[in-house]
Design a protein around this ligand. Structure first.
Ligand code: ATP
Ligand code: MG
Length: 408
């Protein structure tokens, strides 16, 4: 019988990778805490509209990538494709709109039906922050600074690209100009972008279809349609980044795939050319889109698989103690417990042949072997072997606790 394989685009995190993931999340969590963020967990399943309404049917995530299922009660649910809409749902359904800002850190699996390739999976993991309730460009600056410090701490070299999508009046004026421009060239657009032209012309700028590229390249730029307020907002952000010493590049063609962004959008693009590692922006209308009051927000998310591909993490060697019992299994487990209560990592090996057991312990990467056999039983001691230094000593059982605490 054939064995089961994981679902395409989904993978097991085996111990080494799982450790890297834990490290990346712990590092992000600790740094976010320094900036005043608190962690929350939201469910993996949400009602599908939690995502389809704010992200827009014409977004790739909703239109092509969302995992949908009908539960036994007939309700349409989605495996969450991203964190922001779920966090805003939690913000609203828990009635948290009175105490602002609400600053949240999250980490966990996300699901998108995409073509799997390096750094792109169908179950992947994100960590991110959302700051709900602050409307000033300094909020954007501070949140981007957190992202920047995080990537630096992981030794990831990535270029920060920023842009502004302006406010509602800027967007309306720009949209009109875009429609005029793309309508003239309509026949040379891809079928997908012709549809976008009617539904959501801004999205054409995000097109990956080769036949669209020429028109997209020469399209009008939003920066020429900004209201003075939107212009000012963007300038303050740039100034803020300069003040904090954060290098950036203004990419006037950067648009993000989701409908809910306003003003600032940004991405950290690895200097080695592979996909975006961390991205986000401001979403001043998202809370209203989801049925709440007019409360602004800002957030970003990083793909943990992509972080892991790029991060250089110093692996701390774990100090494993092998408790080896020649006979005397019960005693071995008592001593193992004693070492564990001192915070040590311990595995127990029982058998008859000390040589074989030592070899086994060595293969597991043990730093110390603690041997208890006939001779130790008689003398009331335990034999401690330092497997690196190749030294050994008999420790009286009465001193064992002290010894365990002082061990390297
Ligand atoms: P891309 O353009 O690479 O598809 P995106 O704009 O769809 O990215 P976001 O929705 O902004 O991505 O998600 C934030 C981050 O999550 C991305 O920068 C990336 O690191 C990660 N990410 C997104 N989709 C995937 C995926 N399918 N597999 C692994 N990581 C992903
Ligand atoms: Mg995508």
């Amino acid at each position: 019988m054939a064995t089961f394989q994981p679902v395409r685009g989904m993978h097991d995190l085996l111990p080494q990778e799982a450790r890297r993931f834990s490290f990346l999340i712990e590092q992000g969590r600790a740094l976010a805490r320094q900036y005043g963020y608190k962690e929350v967990h939201t469910p993996i399943l949400e009602r599908a509209e939690v995502f389809s309404r704010p992200l827009g049917e014409s977004s790739d995530v909703v239109g092509k990538e969302m995992y949908l299922l009908t539960d036994r009660g007939g309700e349409t649910l989605a495996l969450r494709p991203e964190g922001t809409a779920a966090i805003v749902r939690a913000f609203l359904s828990n009635g948290l709109t009175d105490v602002l800002p609400w600053k949240i850190f999250y980490a966990g699996p996300m699901f998108r039906y995409e073509r799997p390739q390096k750094g792109r999976y169908r179950q992947f993991h994100q960590l991110g922050i959302e700051s709900i309730g602050s409307a000033t460009p300094w909020e954007d600056t501070e949140s981007i600074a957190l992202a920047y410090r995080y990537l630096i701490s992981l030794h990831i070299e990535a270029i920060l690209e920023i842009n502004t999508l302006g406010d509602t009046p800027s967007r309306a004026a720009y949209k009109e100009a875009l429609v005029t421009y793309f309508t003239k060239g309509r026949s040379s657009l891809s079928a997908l972008s012709q549809r976008r032209l009617d539904q959501n012309p801004l999205r054409i700028l995000d097109s990956k279809e080769p036949e669209d590229q020429e028109l997209v390249r020469n399209a009008p730029l939003l920066k020429d349609f900004l209201t003075p307020e939107a212009q000012m907002f963007f300038e303050t952000l740039c100034l803020g980044l300069q003040t904090l010493g954060i290098p950036y590049r203004h990419n006037p063609r950067l648009v993000r795939g989701l409908d809910y962004y306003t003003h600032t959008v940004f991405e950290f693009v690895p200097s080695t050319g592979s996909g975006t590692v961390l991205a986000g922006g401001r979403y001043d209308h998202l809370v209203t889109l989801m049925g709440g009051p007019a409360i602004p927000g800002f957030g970003w998310a990083a793909g943990i698989e992509r972080l892991s591909l790029m991060a250089s993490i110093e692996e701390k060697m774990e100090c494993l103690i092998a408790v080896i019992a020649i006979g005397y299994e019960a005693e071995a487990h008592v001593y193992a417990d004693l070492f564990r209560r001192q915070g040590r990592i311990v595995e127990v090996f029982c058998g008859k042949d000390l040589g074989k057991l030592l070899k086994k312990a060595d293969k597991r990467g043990a730093r110390y072997a603690v041997v208890f056999g006939e001779e130790e039983k008689r003398s009331g001691t335990i034999l401690v072997k330092d497997l690196d230094r190749r030294t050994q000593e008999h420790v009286p059982l009465a001193c064992l606790e002290r010894f365990a605490a002082d061990l390297l």
